[in-house]
Design a binder for this molecule. Structure first.
Ligand code: PMP
Length: 393
């Protein structure tokens, strides 16, 4: 296996990799952290034992649900977007400013937490078909929540367009210099999204693995995670030159799979051979889109392949992980793990595949886990990991 720790401009000192051992220097948080912001990042990279044993490959997952502000990788993004806005003078503490965002939930939760911590208001626009845990949580965090019917991105009432309009209307109503402003965080198009992953998630994965990574697998909601991590690991750290692959995990109904595989954007239904241009219904929340965002575009050329995952596969994987590993996750994490296994099985034995656990199953009790509970899926009957990916394109 690779033993070199020199990756382009990044050079890992020997002690940095040794620190990942058991002498106490690998404590997740060493000493006191400053506020809730201090609980963001530095998440564990977990070896998923059951999937590693079943595949003969090493399946590692970045436990992003352990980000301690809003419980997802969006903590990193929200903090970076807010800090950038403060630096640009778009947000000023004490002025009563409001952060507006269009989100399916996770980014809104991270922004709402940080808004409280830094003296802002949060106004979140989200589709009304997402798990109620997310809007309930936003409500308790003190955010204004507008839940709107799902609409195409071309509609002015799409949740992203609505949030942008609300922010602009707020700022336009400011008549004095010290009047409060609206700030549209704009996670889908803002470069501060993927850059947060370039600056933190990617370097953490490199340190935690010592660079021994054969593939990175992740879904795209905004594309920030996959683009930022891919850019850091492949370009900055130079792992692309060593053959590291980046694979997109895509639920049915998303157009990205076909964009990556065939260069064209269209969604596919679960019915074989049927192709439609509109979104199909999926139980998966947070990943899968039908447009190329600036964040996905930032890493698009670095994505080598895509794996399409059905709702049924995601449900089986979620159940598998809780039964065998005690890992209780949401739907996008389950999609990522199915795609990680599919990717691993195409690689030589002993390969190392890294993926992301985005959020906890506790945020998906009323929809994804309810569906799993009611679906009559077989329980712990020993179906193996190969079965998980059967039927994957
Ligand atoms: N999982 C969940 C639960 C999410 O909310 C999101 C973001 N919408 C993602 C995954 C995808 O992350 P990204 O936006 O970085 O592509």
């Amino acid at each position: 296996r690779r033993s070199s720790f020199f990756f382009g401009p990044v050079q890992l000192e020997d002690h940095e990799t040794e620190d990942l051992g058991g002498d106490g220097s690998n404590l997740r948080y060493n000493g006191i952290v400053e506020g809730i912001e201090g609980c963001i990042g530095n998440t564990p990279l977990v070896k998923i034992r059951s999937l590693s044993e079943a595949t003969g490959r090493t399946i590692l997952a970045k436990a992003e649900f352990l980000n301690g502000a809003g419980g997802s990788p969006k903590d990193r993004v929200a903090l970076n977007m807010i800090e950038a806005a403060e630096a640009q003078g778009l947000l000023t503490p004490g002025r009563g400013d409001t952060i507006y965002e269009g989100t399916v939930g996770s980014t809104g939760i991270s922004l709402a937490v940080l808004a409280r911590a830094r003296g802002y208001r949060a106004h979140i626009c989200m589709p009304n078909d997402q798990a109620s845990e997310k809007s309930d949580l936003l409500h308790h965090l003190g955010a204004i929540v507008e839940r709107v019917p799902p609409a195409p991105i071309t509609s002015p009432d799409h949740f992203v367009n609505l949030a942008r309009r609300r922010a602009y209307d707020h700022t336009a109503s400011a008549t004095t210099p010290d009047a409060s402003r609206g700030f549209f965080a704009d996670q889908f198009e803002s470069p501060f999204n993927y850059q947060a992953h370039m600056q933190t998630t990617g370097p953490e994965i490199l340190r935690q693995t010592g660079g021994r990574i054969d593939a990175f697998v992740a879904g795209a909601g905004t594309g920030g995670t996959v683009a930022g991590v891919a850019k850091y690991l492949k370009e900055t750290a130079g792992l692309g030159l060593l053959g590291m692959r980046v694979v997109l995990a895509d639920p049915y109904g998303s157009g990205l799979f076909n964009k990556v595989r065939h260069g064209v954007m269209y969604a596919a239904t679960e019915r074989e051979g049927t192709r439609r241009r509109q979104q199909v219904d999926t139980i998966v929340e947070g990943i899968g889109i039908n447009r190329i965002t600036e964040n996905f575009e930032a890493g698009r050329e670095l994505v080598d392949d895509a794996v399409r995952v059905t709702d049924d596969q995601a449900c089986r994987m979620a159940r598998w992980l809780v039964e065998r590993d005690g890992i209780f996750i949401g739907s996008s994490s389950a999609v990522n793990c199915v795609a990680a296994v599919a990717t691993a099985l195409k690689m030589p034995e002993g390969s190392v595949v890294v993926t992301v656990l985005c959020d906890s199953g506790t945020r998906h009790l009323s929809k994804f886990w309810k569906h799993i509970g009611e679906s009559g899926l077989e329980g712990d009957d020993g179906h193996d990991a190969n079965e998980q990916v059967q039927g994957s394109p």
